[in-house]
Design a protein around this ligand. Structure first.
Ligand code: FDA
Length: 405
């Protein structure tokens, strides 16, 4: 790679998914680009993503699969750089891939293929990628040049793309730098919180949950976001797993992105089934069975036992009043649990919240009131569902900024 050495037009902070995409796009469009990252390698989060195979996009991506205070913000960038565009890039680099669940695309071999591809794309744009650079200070001078001071020297450029991500997984180098820079330049921050993260419970709940640890069940959870005109809801039907600390599994991770401290979680243990009617049918067909036997026809044994102990009298179904079964039916369809918290940034796949989208142009991710300052990727208040959406946002927002910077 022959890197241009001086007179950068664009500095990108962060050599992750969004930063490498932004840098390659800008470099290939003729910008002289420098990427700075404090980690020893580029794309570390990409390498561990998708269980090492990187769920690099979701073919069904639309703004509806993202949480944001402004649910319309992501539309423009997502429409101008689509999953098909990224897939075309993957295919151009002859990376073998497969569709795991509907729309979710993974590498056949390893996530390293994606990092290598992005590095090659950066090289094609003569991007200078420098790792192990600690960022000490970021300022803007009177002439509108950004000045980035690092432990390896000071760099200047008229454009600064901030792609340092969110706060999730600090041991991989996550920091709040993007939020700090945003605040410094007068951009607002939507309160960040861990998302796509297991939920924890208080001691009382953990006591009865403990014997269920490891048990997995398919559930339905309906989540709500926003208020008034911007109110939206989403229902996830997927696996839930009991852990020693509480609940995990894809349905819970999805719900965690919507969950607010103090909120209850209503879990449908029999999604798609009219639970009350089903219990009446079992009573009719097997009147001499007991409560545990009835619930074991619908739920894993250990959970059936727990539910029967808590909500059903002993004895045969024939002797159980219909009202008791109707009540259990309601509990199975909307099992109300009260999470205590989350497992935090140490375990969270992403950070929700971040740079307020009202402060950015949805077209190119540039700060409305700070020319030349761009915010992309997870640093921004756009958070995708589980399933490849977060990388698609990183590619799309990085591409939008790279075209403009
Ligand atoms: P990203 O975090 O990728 O990059 C930020 C970069 O900035 C890093 O290189 C970091 O070192 C650097 N940086 C941070 N602070 C700095 C500082 N102070 N100074 C200098 N550099 C700094 N998504 C998906 O769509 N499909 C998937 O399969 C998965 N799987 C997955 C697994 C796990 C375990 C995690 C934790 C996350 C995922 N994700 C995912 C989410 C996905 O990884 C995430 O949304 C993107 O990596 C975000 O891309 P960014 O470029 O915005 O940040």
């Amino acid at each position: 790679m022959t890197a241009r050495t001086a007179g950068f037009t664009t500095i990108v902070l962060g050599a992750g998914a969004a930063g490498l995409m932004a840098a390659a796009t800008a470099g290939q469009a003729g910008a002289r680009v420098l990427v700075l990252d404090h980690a020893p390698h580029a794309g570390r989060k990409i390498l561990i993503s998708g269980g090492g195979r990187c769920n690099f996009t979701n073919m069904d991506t639309g703004a509806g699969q993202f949480l944001s205070a402004n649910p319309h913000f992501a539309k423009s960038a997502l429409a101008r750089y689509t999953p098909a565009d990224f897939l075309a890039l993957v295919q151009r680099h002859r990376i073998p891939w497969h569709e795991k669940a509907a729309g979710q695309l993974f590498c056949d071999r390893s996530a390293r293929d994606i990092v290598d591809m992005l590095r090659r794309e950066c090289a094609a744009g003569q991007v200078d990628v420098r790792v192990s650079h600690r960022i000490i200070d970021v300022t803007r001078d009177g002439a509108g040049q950004y000045r980035v001071e690092t432990d390896h020297g000071i760099f200047h450029a008229p454009n600064l793309i901030v792609a340092t991500g969110g706060l999730s997984i600090p041991k991989l180098g996550a920091t709040g730098l993007a939020h700090d820079i945003a605040r410094r330049f007068g951009l607002r921050i939507v309160a960040p919180a861990p998302a796509l993260v297991p939920l924890t419970f208080g001691a009382q709940d953990r006591e009865w949950m403990e014997p269920l640890a490891g048990l997995s069940v398919t559930v339905g959870i309906t989540c709500h976001e926003g208020e008034g005109r911007l109110a939206r809801q989403a229902t996830f039907r997927d696996g839930m797993v009991f852990t020693h600390r509480g609940l995990s599994g894809p349905a819970i991770l999805q719900a965690s992105s919507y969950w607010q401290p103090g909120q209850a979680l209503d879990i449908d243990l029999l999604p798609g089934i009219d639970a009350g009617r089903r219990l009446q049918e079992i009573k009719r067909d097997r009147p001499r069975a007991g409560g545990v036997a009835m619930l074991s026809m619908l739920l894993p044994q250990r959970l059936a036992q727990l539910m029967a102990q808590a909500h059903l009298p002993d004895g045969q179904l024939a002797g159980m009043p219909d009202a008791v079964l109707a009540n259990v039916g309601r509990i199975l369809s909307g099992w109300r649990l009260n999470p205590h918290g989350t497992e935090g940034y140490v375990k969270a796949e992403v950070t929700r919240g971040g740079v307020d989208t009202d402060c950015l142009s949805s077209r190119d991710m540039q700060a409305r009131d700070v020319p030349g300052l761009f915010m992309v990727g997870e640093a921004v208040d756009v958070t995708g569902w589980l399933g490849g959406y977060n990388f698609q946002w990183a590619w799309a927002s990085g591409h939008a900024a790279g075209q403009a910077a």
